[in-house]
Design a binder for this molecule. Structure first.
Ligand code: FMN
Length: 181
């Protein structure tokens, strides 16, 4: 069983964010899921979308110890795929009869570890970009640790400094993985 799960929210399955997340998953021996391939629909107060694949995606989180969210910066914010996924996390705290069973999924997220990876054209992440990741993690009692950001402004390839920073980021995640026997 993979202990690390990477959640890709990008409009490009072969783009910059996917490439970064793939590198992370390779290093950490994790499994990547692409939100775009699930066609999740937005938050619905009447839960008419209760049978879409959100529950399937959420239950994959339960199996992992470490969650890595991956999003490009689209208009100073997370991608729409990631935002829909975050909005749908509300399904895990809803008392509606159609959401039966989801609360267990929500509760079982507690104690997991989470990080964020992001790519964008600008040199730095927009101010406050991490807030939803940090606060939503806190809400579900997930320990959020921080972000690795790759600016693709100059080039999509990694400078030696970026490469070092990424390795450092990944090895700090690896410390949370129990050593395999
Ligand atoms: C719709 C759209 C909006 C974007 N908005 C921003 C932005 O606000 N800030 C930024 O730094 N880059 C922005 N970019 C550039 C992307 O973040 C960058 O190219 C990123 O690496 C794309 O990742 P992807 O290949 O996973 O889509 C935007 C790109 C697109 C397509």
């Amino acid at each position: 069983m993979k202990r690390v799960i990477g959640i890709l929210g990008s409009s490009n399955p072969s783009g910059n964010t996917a490439a970064l997340l793939r590198t992370c998953m390779h290093y950490l021996d994790g499994r990547m899921i692409d939100l775009s391939s699930y066609n999740l629909t937005g938050w619905d107060y009447h839960h008419q979308n209760a049978d879409d694949p959100f529950r399937e995606v959420a239950s994959q989180l339960v199996k992992a110890d470490i969650i890595i969210f991956a999003t490009p910066v689209y208009w100073y914010s997370m991608s729409s795929q990631m935002k829909i996924f975050f909005d749908r996390l509300s399904d895990l705290i809803s008392s509606h009869p159609k959401m039966e069973g989801n609360k267990g999924i929500g509760r079982s997220l507690a104690g997991k570890q989470a990080w964020l990876v992001a790519t964008g054209a600008d040199q730095q992440l927009p101010l406050g970009f991490e807030v939803p990741f940090e606060k939503t993690s806190e809400y579900f009692d997930i320990n959020y640790h921080g972000v690795f950001y790759k600016s693709v402004q100059e080039s999509q390839s990694y400078t030696p400094e970026e490469d070092r920073a990424l390795r450092h980021f990944l090895s700090s995640i690896q410390e949370y993985l129990p050593t395999q026997t």
